[in-house]
Ligand binder design. Structure first.
Ligand code: SF4
Length: 264
């Protein structure tokens, strides 16, 4: 893993992500190295040959910047879009923690991670009146999880983190995304996470964002699905929307659907 300490010019950036105003990325790059990761486009900015999942740029001055920049900021700030804020290197640098310690407590914070390291910062989360904490869970089939998300904590550990966060009284959500067509039974995931979350969020698999990696993973591990993935269409995803709405009713949880392939 190539670790590079850098100084950022800014740490709180505007974002187009739905329901958010700002984004904070303490790091650029991610040790979790998910095969489908949409953030791999940042490799093009960096002017190096480093591959996604093999580098992390650490914004060492991020905590000071957060204190300064957040003083006058309002609105929703999300952690993070081009990294996981609780990837392993956060144990050493504690940047996410220090940023949260310095951030204007009037901001509305949204955390999204795949790691139970998030539990370390429960004390700091309590600084904020408005905070939502989400864990991504794509599947409880560990064989499938390890293929797509090889270096991230298991889904069971993520589930335990959600349970603890709920016990501590936080607003929590499960980000069930991306949905892997023909590989994941959504109800298996919903049934397990529903008791510990306030809302269920779903996103479709954005094949175009990581086409080469997705198809090479399919060829290697699920060759029978290559043609099916090529033929995925609006009809398929509209059926998924129906299924999600039915599951939301069955498990009595609100659902939020962020599908890029269909509008409705
Ligand atoms: S955890 Fe998120 S940012 Fe990190 S590689 Fe996976 S999808 Fe990308």
């Amino acid at each position: 893993m190539k670790i590079r300490e850098i100084k950022a010019k800014r740490i709180i950036q505007k974002t187009n992500i739905p329901d958010a105003d700002w984004v904070i990325n303490p790091y650029v790059g991610c040790e979790h190295a998910c095969r489908y990761c949409y953030a791999r486009f940042v490799c093009r900015w960096r002017n190096t040959k480093d591959k996604w999942g093999e580098f992390v740029d650490v914004k060492v001055n991020a905590p000071e910047l957060a204190a300064k920049e957040s003083k006058t900021k309002k609105g929703v700030v999300i952690f993070s879009t081009v990294c996981d804020p609780y990837q392993p290197i956060e144990r050493k640098y504690r940047l996410t923690r220090k940023i949260l310690q310095n951030l204007n407590p009037n901001m509305y914070v949204v955390i999204l991670t795949k790691s139970d390291l998030v539990l370390r910062d429960i004390d700091v989360f309590k600084r904020f009146k408005n905070i939502e904490i989400g864990l991504t869970i794509t599947t409880f089939d560990e064989k499938i999880r390890k293929i797509w998300e090889p270096k991230s904590p298991s889904s069971e550990r993520r589930l335990k983190a959600l349970k603890k966060l709920k016990q501590e009284g936080f607003s929590t959500y499960a980000f069930i995304a991306p949905i892997f067509p023909y590989l994941v039974n959504l109800e298996d995931v919903v049934k397990k996470v529903a008791p510990y979350v306030d809302v269920l969020m779903f996103e479709d698999l954005n094949i175009n964002a990581a086409k080469q990696e997705i198809f090479s993973t399919l060829k290697e591990h699920f060759p029978q699905l290559v043609e099916k993935y090529k033929k995925l269409d609006k009809k398929f995803w509209l059926e998924k929307i129906k299924e999600i709405k039915t599951l939301g009713k069955k498990y009595k949880k609100p659902v939020e659907i962020y599908f890029k392939h269909v509008t409705w």
